[in-house]
Design a protein around this ligand. Structure first.
Ligand code: PEP
Length: 250
């Protein structure tokens, strides 16, 4: 049975104090016993304190990136071993901002996926088309290629450590959202693509999150679609009330 997941990508927001404040609000406001898994992804420097802060809760902590190498002369980078050593066992990879601003290619992302899996981390694998691709009707091809080149080299057994996050680039941080029908259409295509490349079992069990301007007022409708298993949330994850409203919308 696949899981319902709502993950908040905090990007480069929230200093140490603000991180604690937001976490305290989430701890107080997320209702006990909700079925979906809630994950937050603060910045690297606040990960260890977030893990400590959330130790007695069901809220998980993810990193926003990891370096592909085990270690070495890579100034400014963070290894998988460093993350797991402070209790961070989930990592977001392939985010469109990493692809566009930091020039991460499918091949690089694939090697980060390998490193994360080797360290038994869960990977939230992000992908999605740009506006020009959707306008030219090429969006299904783009998505299929990103999955094939960044992820489909993994072994079937590793799929239990993978969460997919479809994030159309034109909907990220723009206030523009894919309609629930557009999201469902693409999620169904993604599940079908996983089925063809692996198996029905893998396809049925993988959680596929939607990301792109999910807000309290559109979350319920998007999450109601059968192939949408939750969301990866950017802007709205930075305000406790909005994030909690999205978490409870599922
Ligand atoms: C994101 O950055 O992953 C994202 C979905 O951002 P937003 O919700 O702000 O569009």
């Amino acid at each position: 049975m696949r899981k319902k997941i709502v993950a908040g990508n905090w990007k480069m927001h929230k200093n140490a104090e603000q991180t604690k404040e937001l976490l305290n609000e989430l701890i107080a406001k997320i209702p006990a016993g909700i079925e979906s898994q809630v994950i937050v992804a603060p910045t690297f420097v606040n990960l260890a304190s977030a893990v400590d802060h959330l130790a007695a809760t069901a809220i998980g902590v993810a990193a926003q990136n990891v370096h592909q190498a085990e270690g070495g002369a890579f100034t400014g980078e963070i290894s998988a071993d460093m993350l797991t050593s402070v209790g961070v066992n989930t990592v977001i990879l392939g985010h469109s901002e990493r692809r566009a601003i930091f020039h991460e290619t499918d091949a690089l992302i694939a090697s980060k996926v390998d490193t994360a899996l080797k360290h038994d981390m869960t990977v939230i694998f992000c992908f999605g088309e740009e506006l020009k691709d959707r306008q030219s009707g090429n969006h299904f091809n783009i998505v299929e290629n990103q999955l094939r080149d960044g992820l489909f080299h993994i072994e079937a057994a590793n799929w239990e450590k993978v969460v997919l996050a479809y994030e159309p680039v034109w909907a990220i941080g723009t206030g523009e959202t894919a309609s629930p029908e557009q999201a469902q259409e693409m999620h169904e295509f993604i599940r079908e693509t996983v089925l063809k490349a692996f198996s029905k079992e893998v396809a049925e069990n993988v959680s596929i999150l939607y990301g792109g301007s999910v807000k309290p007022d559109n979350a319920k409708e998007i999450f109601s679609k059968p192939d949408v298993d939750g969301g990866l949330i950017g802007g709205a994850a930075l305000k406790a009330d909005d994030f909690v409203a999205i978490v409870t919308a599922i």
